[in-house]
Design a protein around this ligand. Sequence first.
Ligand SMILES: [Mg+2]
Length: 321
Amino acid sequence: MASEFDLIARYFTRAAPAGLLGVGDDCALFSVPPGEQVATSTDLLLEGRHFFSDVDPTALGHKALAVNLSDLAAMGARPLGCVLGLALPRVDEPWLAAFAQGFHALADAHGCPLIGGDTTRSAHDLAISVTVFGAVKADQAFLRSAARAGDDIWVSGELGAADLAYRLLDGQYPADPQRLAATRGALERPEPQVALGLALRGIAHAAIDISDGLLQDLGHVLAASSAGATLRYADMPVAAALAGLAEAPLRRAVLGGGDVYQLCFTAPAERREAVLAAARAASARVTRVGEIRAEPGLVVLDAGGRPMAELPRGFDHFPAA
Ligand SMILES: [Mg+2]
């Protein structure tokens, strides 16, 4: 008789593409072309800590892989495959089917097949662990330490929508079904910027994906590069759904809002045309929002060119209780 974990395995077992040995042996096997390195990253998502318990399972399957693909994008790496670990408090077949559908759809879209994993019973909460593997030419990965004074600072996509959706769902703002409908996709179904990361190889210097807020994540780049930055608030690509928000929550969403999964990257000023061409090739939007400086510190200029006195700290959505 098939155990419930055999049933789970059914949803996640797929034939591996040619050249890969996937689910079914003790290990998955894959190789990278000569001259390339394996880029790998892992994320652990806990119910209540990283996602709401009642989130749509298809969206959750998508997001569990998306946040990992976003890390590959931030390194300029090409996805090769992924492994999934699930700890489940109960076996709910419709939930599993929907989760698997969201996961596989994004995996297929990025050529990142599931090549292994494990499932187990959890006493309480749901836990999801995804590890991705990618390939990148040995000297082409975008390192956080690679920003140089004079580099432009760019941001892909739009900022602020995920933060607003989170705070609406969390009850921090009065219910606003229209704004929630306009922002929820950004929080629950982020689109990892893998194609942009690949198109920027040989052009961008440093890159990071925005998971904890633009200021906090750019801060990691500045620390690793021993550099500072000036950002222009008026140039930020603010999501249209934020129109009409009061100034404080607006700044908090744009500069400090997490769960964005867009790229913040630096590139030499003389490569502006190349950056724009790369974005066009990747069907991505990119916006130039500031410069890297040699002097340490992160300054954000307001619309009048004056440094903002109070900057929102990076915001970790779903903080621990
Ligand atoms: Mg990251």
